[in-house]
Write a protein that binds this ligand. Structure first.
Ligand code: SF4
Length: 379
């Protein structure tokens, strides 16, 4: 199977209140980063002579802070050092505050064919709360401009479950999102990650998180809404207008495909090994300028770890776990292993096993973590 190529761009104009991804807002090292990234491509290519890639995903951080010129250089270097298949999906994550009609056209000329806009909300008060740099109008302008430029794969991210957010407010965001007819929508629940300003505000009692029940109700609201509009809820947080609008790249993470991650903090995987780069830009640049790979550590997954991941990642997806593939991969009979758990959750209507696949029902997805941990006990 073709691999995925992930490129981590560790820059953001400003750190959002809730974010714990590795990124910095000092842009002075952008060019040193670019030099190091291309050096990493040169060094990693030898070990991947026979590998082919059918996706490139520029994530971060905010890849669009690099601008089209530098993005074009990255894509050219990737094409020079790796075997990128024709028709590869090439995604750029973009912050609406960094996009213009002109830059969108240039990204397209550089080879980007899928754009994912970090809208988060169409309500300016929510954007202010989240610490985003953009306003709702900029999102609308960016989405319209992307369409005008000729992008047919336009996706957006939304966040729900903000303190005080009600059903109607969430519905307004969902309606506004669909008024742009996006090919893809990701809906992420607001989480309180340790070390973020948001989490500190919660711990200090400055904000009161929404109750779990209300957040769950918003998840169901989104599920029902997108189903009515004909979108496929193909992964717990992701909706696609058609099957071929699913994120080809992200599906690799969920389906045990190999991927190579470049850039600081990027992870790579080829069964059974996972390795990751130093999560610090200075160290990353330093290692590469000294002619060393920036790998921080690696681990060899045991069969149990891989089985656990196969269960958890499989249940996240509406296609579920392919039982034949599970058995071929682990030489274990899925039904025998998990029989009692499956029977119990089938009876409660949370799980369904049919056509050689085990999957969660729409409502079962609400209980993904607890169902997966019950299955983990058997592994
Ligand atoms: S723009 Fe994205 S990566 Fe950057 S700080 Fe905000 S949420 Fe994090």
């Amino acid at each position: 199977m073709a691999r995925g190529l992930y490129i981590h761009v560790p820059f953001c104009v400003r750190k959002c209140r809730y974010c714990d991804f590795y990124s910095i807002s000092d842009l002075s090292a952008v060019d040193a980063y670019l030099t190091a990234l291309i050096a990493e491509m040169q060094m990693r290519t030898a070990a991947l002579k026979d590998a082919v890639f059918d996706t490139i995903y520029l994530g971060g951080g905010t890849p669009s802070v690099l601008g089209p010129g530098r993005t074009g250089r990255i894509l050219e270097a990737a094409a020079k050092h790796f075997h990128i298949l024709p028709g590869a999906e090439i995604t750029l994550e973009a912050n609406p505050g960094t996009l213009t009609a002109q830059s969108l056209a240039q990204y397209r000329s550089a080879g980007v064919n899928r754009i994912n806009v970090g809208v988060q909300s169409f309500d300016d008060a929510n954007l202010l709360f989240l610490g985003r740099i953009h306003c709702a109008r900029q999102s609308a302008d960016a989405l319209r401009a992307a369409e005008k430029t000729g992008f047919s794969d336009i996706g957006m991210d939304l966040i729900y479950g903000l303190p005080g957010q009600g059903r109607n407010a969430w519905q307004k965001d969902l309606d506004a999102a669909l008024s742009f007819c996006p090919a893809h929508v990701s809906c992420y629940m607001l989480t309180y990650e340790p070390g973020t300003r948001l989490s500190a505000d919660k711990d200090a009692g400055r904000i009161k998180p929404l109750s779990e029940d209300r957040v769950s109700a918003m998840f169901v609201q989104a599920q029902d809404f997108f189903a009515k509009k004909g979108y496929q809820h193909y992964e717990i947080s992701n909706f696609a207008a058609h099957r071929d609008k699913r994120s080809r790249h992200n599906q690799k993470y969920w389906n045990n495909a190999s991927y190579l991650g470049l850039g600081p903090a990027a992870h790579s995987y080829t069964e059974p090994e996972r390795f990751w780069n130093h999560g610090d830009l200075t160290r990353y640049i330093h290692e590469l300028s000294a002619g060393r790979l920036p790998t921080a550590a690696s681990e060899r997954l045991t069969d149990s770890q891989m089985m656990l991941e196969a269960v958890y990642l499989g249940l996240r997806q509406s296609d579920g776990i392919d039982l034949d593939m599970f058995e071929k991969r682990f030489h274990r009979n899925f039904r025998q292993m998990f029989g009692s758990v499956i029977r119990r959750f089938e009876q409660t209507g949370h799980m369904r096993t049919s056509h050689g696949r085990c999957r969660l029902t729409s409502r079962g997805m609400l209980f993904l973590d607890s169902i997966a941990s019950e299955m983990a006990v058997v592994i």
